[in-house]
Design a protein around this ligand. Structure first.
Ligand code: FES
Length: 109
């Protein structure tokens, strides 16, 4: 029987995500999108479709590792290589630094 990679995040793992340029932070688990995790912590990231197609949420991954909830997020391979990400369908796989100048403080949910 295949075993999961030993460095794969576990369900209970939590990663700190830092938003630049504000230097705000929130916690994200491997079970929620960065958009959902930020909102839970009182931070609104730009969004529209929330399914990885419209690109309204496009941001920059400065540091860290993510995976996508959808097979074909709306980014080209070049954009992925250049560090762009879609927080509405991106899930943290490590501590992250993301650049989202449009982020806003809201009431936590
Ligand atoms: S909100 Fe549409 S791609 Fe993220």
């Amino acid at each position: 029987m295949a075993q999961p990679p030993t460095d794969a995040p576990l369900a209970g793992d939590t990663f700190v995500v830092r938003i630049e340029p504000m230097d705000w932070t929130f916690d994200a688990t491997p079970n929620e999108s960065l958009f959902e995790a930020a909102r839970r912590s009182g931070i609104r990231l730009p969004t529209s479709c929330r399914n990885g197609t419209c690109r309204a949420c496009i941001s920059v991954l400065v540091d860290g590792s993510i995976r996508y909830r959808v097979e074909w997020p709306g980014l080209s391979s070049t954009e992925k290589e250049e560090g762009y990400l879609l927080p509405c369908v991106a899930v943290a796989q490590s501590p992250l630094v993301i650049d989202v100048p449009e982020a806003e403080r809201i009431e936590p949910r």
